[in-house]
Ligand binder design. Structure first.
Ligand SMILES: Nc1ncnc2c1ncn2[C@@H]1O[C@H](COP(=O)(O)OP(=O)(O)O)[C@@H](O)[C@H]1O
Ligand SMILES: [Mg+2]
Length: 233
């Protein structure tokens, strides 16, 4: 099955078109790493998939059902969750309050307890205000909050941003564990090592389009293309 298929998706803001015909797909249980320079539209794509930016045309198929243009809450109910760029946690809420707000009900795969088993550090911080957590802990909280909506497809927008390498390793292990649980991932990253460790395919965006898509092994073997598209060594 194909968890996510995006077909000819266009979207933007007011007068500017940012996404000009995106095609991509992620098989159920797969993980696609989405790379690209600043400003090419990666966050706009993720926000459009979540329904936070309205598409102007194209399709977003979740297990074959078109959700393009639906409200974010309906897209969430269809099994999509977002870990937004910059984490977007409420600084004044405690960890426990943040998790309680995200919880949808009983009988689900992820509960506050199972999420805290996965993220034991957060259990020690339950009473603390989210704004007082370290950057890594805030990122873990943003991931925990997303998991509590029980996503089949998790969209992560630069989860490693600003974090120390040891914390990025923890995020890498966490995402690998989630893959083992069958969660499908779309991971926007600047940290190539994280994308390589977690994802089986890599796509590159330039100016609102996917210009390259290969297996992670193929991407790693082709340094010239990586350099041309991303400017990295
Ligand atoms: N809320 C917004 N309103 C208007 N333009 C925006 C908004 N968010 C992003 N943009 C513009 O859309 C383009 C793509 O931005 P973005 O999707 O954030 O790229 P990336 O995540 O790849 O860095 C940029 O030119 C950016 O300035
Ligand atoms: Mg971005």
């Amino acid at each position: 099955m194909t968890a996510l298929a995006v077909e000819a998706l266009t979207a933007g803001y007011d007068r500017s078109t940012v996404l000009s015909g995106i095609d991509l797909s992620v098989p159920t249980g797969g993980a696609l790493g989405l790379l690209g320079r600043n400003g090419v539209g990666k966050s706009t794509l993720v926000m459009t998939l979540m329904g936070l930016v309205s598409p102007t045309s194209g399709r977003v198929l979740l297990d074959g059902r078109d959700v393009a243009g639906l409200r974010p809450d309906l897209i969430a109910r269809a099994g999509v969750a977002i870990v937004p760029q910059g984490r977007r946690i409420w600084a004044s809420l405690s960890v426990a309050e943040t998790l309680a707000l995200a919880t949808r009900g009983h009988g689900r795969r992820w509960t506050v307890d199972t999420v805290l088993d996965l993220l034991p550090r957060l259990r020690e911080r339950l009473g603390q205000q989210a704004g007082q957590l370290s950057g890594g802990e805030q990122q873990m909280l943003a991931i925990a909050r997303a998991l509590l909506t029980d996503p089949a497809l998790l969209l992560l927008d630069e989860p490693s941003d600003g974090l120390a390498p040891a914390i990025v390793d923890q995020i890498s292990q966490l995402l690998t564990t989630l893959r083992g649980e069958g969660v499908t991932l779309l991971l926007v990253e600047q940290d190539l090592h994280l994308a390589f460790a977690v994802c089986d395919r890599i796509a590159v965006m330039e100016k609102g389009r996917i210009v390259h898509e290969v297996t992670t092994a193929e991407f790693r073997a082709d340094r010239a293309t990586a350099h041309r598209l991303l400017g990295v060594a």
